[in-house]
Write a protein that binds this ligand. Structure first.
Ligand code: KIV
Ligand code: ZN
Length: 387
């Protein structure tokens, strides 16, 4: 088995923060950066320093605050961007400059309006220039997902030769299918000179809901760094979700990969990012959604009460959630009522349970969810002696 260590590159503070209306101030960025470091991420992309004085100040402040993780700043393949990013990173203990350029025909022809050979020259120039300031230079080949693999390989080979040590292969528009993205990474592994001394990185967007699947396909084909965000936030439909990748690698240990993430901190950091950004997490979001460990149908509740693993593949404690939830709705059965009644101190006999259940159904039909107070009220009517 080749090197099993997967590096987690978190871009919540850069790509994640590109969500409209979710701007963070410097204090909030420092708070999240500290939480990311505690979580165990390897790299924190703190911002795009040339984009605004505020972003510069945040990257500088995060560089000072972070102790062990690599702190990364984004730039275009433009000398001024690179200089500004290097300045913002100068206090970082482990600085990384992330520079790059578009490589798909769409980007080359319509956005950059230059020739393919100019793209290679600009990529090489940017990496060499960045190397003057920092040792650790990551090169991104923007829109690699839609780029021609042979051309992509030429750009990546030139970037490695110029000194890049990490090569980011973004599926910028979230276009690829997992087989296609995996094959792209494999193609680079097999066709780029010097690739074995560099790290290939995935950076997948979620426009078709495939960001996580594509990132995993990338790892299975030779990538060793995953770029991702907490709660999968980011531009448009978002980025690969950190918590999903980490838990997939943990649940499928046979894939043979390890990360340095303390999974018990996944839920607390999800809530922190959601609160600071004012961006609620969708309730059915994998791992960190409010319903990720909630059971509401009678059949599932009966199974979970007998043995949690009947309907859960993850122990909620492992991701920082106290316990699974048995939610009382009109779909719930007697087992769930008995369980919840016991939790609030009422061990109902079979006859008592039958009466409580009948009344519960009429309450549940008029309410979306029956809470402990409602249940207590029902018990006080049907089994008054016990309340
Ligand atoms: O999606 C993308 O291509 C990016 C690059 C700037 C790394 O975010
Ligand atoms: Zn991106």
């Amino acid at each position: 088995m080749s090197n099993p260590r997967v590096f987690i590159f978190d871009t919540t503070l850069r790509d994640g923060e590109q969500v409209p209306g979710c701007k963070l101030n410097t204090e909030q960025k420092i708070e999240i950066a500290r939480a990311l470091e505690e979580l165990g991420v390897d790299v924190i992309e703190a911002g795009f320093p040339v984009s605004s004085p505020g972003d510069f100040a945040s990257v500088e402040a995060v560089s000072k605050a972070v102790k062990h993780a690599v702190v990364c700043g984004l730039s275009r393949a433009v000398e001024n961007d690179i200089e500004v990013a290097a300045r913002a990173l100068r206090h970082a203990k482990h600085p990384r400059l992330h520079t790059g350029i578009g490589v798909s025909e769409m980007h080359i022809r319509y956005k950059l309006r230059c020739s393919p050979s100019e793209i290679i020259d600009r990529a090489v120039g940017a990496v060499k220039y960045a190397k003057r300031f920092v040792h650790d230079v990551e090169f991104y080949a923007e829109d690699a997902g839609r780029a021609d693999n042979a051309f992509l390989a030429r750009v990546i080979e030139a970037a490695i030769k110029a000194g890049a040590t990490v090569l980011n292969i973004p599926d910028t528009t979230g276009y690829c299918l997992p087989e296609e993205y995996g094959a792209k990474i494999r193609y680079l592994k097999e066709n780029v000179k010097g690739i074995d001394n560099a790290i290939l990185s995935t950076h997948c967007h979620n426009d078709l809901g495939l960001a996580t699947a594509n990132s995993i396909a990338g790892l299975q084909n030779g990538a060793r760094q995953v770029e991702c965000t907490i709660n999968g936030i980011g531009e448009r439909a978002g980025n690969t979700s950190l918590e999903e990748v980490v838990m997939i690698l943990r649940q499928h240990a046979h894939l043979g990969f390890e990360t340095g993430i303390n999974t018990r901190l996944l839920n607390p950091i999800s809530q922190l990012v959601s609160e600071r950004m004012g961006m609620p997490v969708q309730p059915n979001k994998a791992i960190v959604g409010a319903n990720a460990f909630a059971h509401s149908s009678g059949i599932h509740q009966d199974g979970v009460i007998k043995k949690r693993e009947t309907y859960e593949i993850i122990d909620p404690l492992e991701v920082g959630v106290d316990h699974s939830k048995i939610v009382l709705t009109a779909r719930s059965g007697r087992a769930a009522i008995a369980y919840r009644a016991k939790n609030i101190g009422h061990n109902l006999s079979k006859e008592e349970l039958d009466r409580v259940y009948t009344r519960f159904l009429s309450v549940a039909d008029s309410k979306k969810e029956v809470n402990d107070e409602d249940l207590l009220q029902i018990i006080s009517i049907e089994v008054p002696a016990t309340v």
